[in-house]
Design a protein around this ligand. Structure first.
Ligand SMILES: Cc1cc2nc3c(=O)[nH]c(=O)nc-3n(C[C@H](O)[C@H](O)[C@H](O)COP(=O)(O)OP(=O)(O)OC[C@H]3O[C@@H](n4cnc5c(N)ncnc54)[C@H](O)[C@@H]3O)c2cc1C
Length: 442
């Protein structure tokens, strides 16, 4: 890494803990907003991007329901599409803007997709398209005839997440990146951040950003606070084979509930995902309550890999696409699979809830990150709870948290919705998770 310093830094304007998309995105945005700022990024692993991004599908999409996520993703896509301007001449992010196609296979699903698109148009996303059966046939003739409707996001696509993380770090020319830092402790006195203790020494700084994905709660504890996040493991797998009817320039396909998804990968491969309703039944101690989420991560996250995951995902696709022997049912998909797991990190029930008529708090599964200063500790900043979209949101999320650290106004008022204490936002749920997996007895 080009910006590893020759000497251990003893002071910094900002210390960023965590070198995934959130931490490196913040480093890049700090340098852009305040050229020459002295930032230090601390990463525990031997290389950047050593968390959830390794398991991800690296997708991005522009159609979201909550206003704050719409603004955040569309700003990020603008940055992805103009890498020379934002990261320097010749930067390659491997962007493939090939769209997302949400598929409907029954009249009921078609009606839902149509009403989704109407809502998206109402909130200004006029590029979202509803495709009827004829439009599907003419635009995607290789799709099975059982697909009778679609919701299409032409701005969506995917990229190379490691190239993005590297571009962030390289463009932050004045930042120092420290790799292999085994342990950090945030030092706080009189309600204010003083710096970070590492095994190689203390770095004094008035500002510390926690951006360590699933480890963020643990790091917060060193500053004496419990961060309001929980996590669930999620899986993906890549196969080196893709049936020839699904072209290399095809869109990402998302089946109807329970929303299995797949996109072309490289020239002949495919990468699949599927977010089923998770619980820890397989690993709980006898008599222990079954949990649907974890407070603390278990490492390696691979312990949560369900060996049935690839075959169930393929079965779902084959079923949805009416394949019996070919297509997604082809046994070739099961050869040479690379199966991965990582954590989705969410706001917990104290940070995302509605208030019922009787005053009780009703928690909900929020899709909003927390991008804010901690309310009790001055100088302690958070870029956490990036759920299943922390790669696609990372440039704009970096800009939001950089504005907070530098005490500059937010570039869009909607970004205030990522506040620590903002417990509810209209339409704040548009993930791809589904409880229908229960029907498959996962
Ligand atoms: C199966 C799956 C599919 C996904 N698909 C997509 C997708 O298509 N598109 C998308 O945008 N997102 C996707 N995501 C989500 C995305 O990967 C995460 O939202 C994103 O990686 C979160 O970024 P982060 O920087 O907050 O955390 P992470 O990516 O987890 O990075 C955290 C970093 O902090 C480091 N760290 C941890 N502890 C310490 C410590 N004590 N000191 C220093 N450093 C530390 C880690 O080593 C790591 O490098 C997916 C995730 C999974 C699991």
């Amino acid at each position: 890494m080009a910006n590893t310093p020759a000497e251990f830094p003893s002071t910094a304007d900002v210390i960023v803990i965590g070198g995934g998309p959130a931490g490196t995105g913040a480093l890049w945005a700090l340098e852009r907003a305040h050229p020459g700022i002295k930032s230090v990024l601390i990463e525990q692993a031997p290389q950047l991007g050593s968390g959830a991004s390794n398991a991800s599908l690296e997708n991005f999409r522009s159609i979201w329901n909550a206003r704050c996520n719409v603004v955040m993703m569309n700003r990020s896509i603008e940055i992805f599409m103009n890498p020379d301007e934002y990261f320097g001449e010749g930067t390659q992010l491997g962007v493939k803007q090939r769209g997302y196609l949400f598929c409907g296979m029954t009249e009921k699903q078609a009606a839902k997709l149509r009403s989704d698109v109407e809502h998206l148009h109402d909130i200004g996303l006029s590029h979202a398209e509803f495709l009827d059966a004829a439009a599907i046939r003419s635009r995607f003739p290789w799709l099975n005839k059982s697909v009778i409707a679609g919701k299409y996001d032409p701005h969506a696509g995917w990229l190379d997440s490691y190239a993005l993380i590297s571009a962030f770090a390289r463009a932050a020319k004045n930042a120092s990146v420290l790799l292999n830092v085994a342990k950090v402790e945030i030092r706080v006195a009189n309600g204010k951040v003083e710096g970070v203790q590492t095994p190689s020494g203390f770095i004094a700084s008035p500002n510390v950003l926690i951006a360590a994905g699933a480890e963020s709660r643990n790091i917060g504890r060193t500053a004496g606070v419990e961060l309001p996040i929980v996590m669930r493991p999620r899986q993906s797998f890549t196969t080196p084979w893709r049936h020839p009817e699904y072209p290399e320039d095809g869109p990402m396909l998302i089946g109807p509930p329970p929303f299995p998804h797949v996109r072309p990968e490289a020239q002949t491969g495919a990468i699949f995902g599927y977010e089923y309703s998770w619980n820890d039944k397989r690993r709980r101690a006898p008599g222990e309550r079954v949990k649907r989420e974890l407070i603390d991560p278990v490492y390696p996250a691979d312990v949560w890999k369900d060996p049935r995951f690839p075959s169930i995902t393929l079965y779902l696709f084959a079923r949805l696409f009416g394949d019996t022997t070919g297509g997604f049912a082809s046994p070739q998909y099961s050869r040479g699979i690379d199966h991965r797991a990582g954590y989705y990190v969410y706001r917990d029930e104290t940070a995302a809830y509605e208030i019922a008529a009787d005053g009780t708090h009703v928690p909900y599964e929020s899709q909003r990150a927390i991008l804010d200063e901690h309310p009790e500790i001055s100088g302690l900043f958070l870029s956490i709870a990036h759920v299943g979209h922390g790669i696609m949101s990372s440039p704009a999320a970096g800009e939001v948290i950089a504005s907070k650290i530098l005490q500059q106004p937010l570039s869009n008022p909607a970004y205030a919705d990522f506040g620590y204490n903002v417990h509810f936002v209209e339409n704040d749920s548009s993930g791809l998770a589904s409880d229908e997996a229960v029907n498959l007895q996962l």
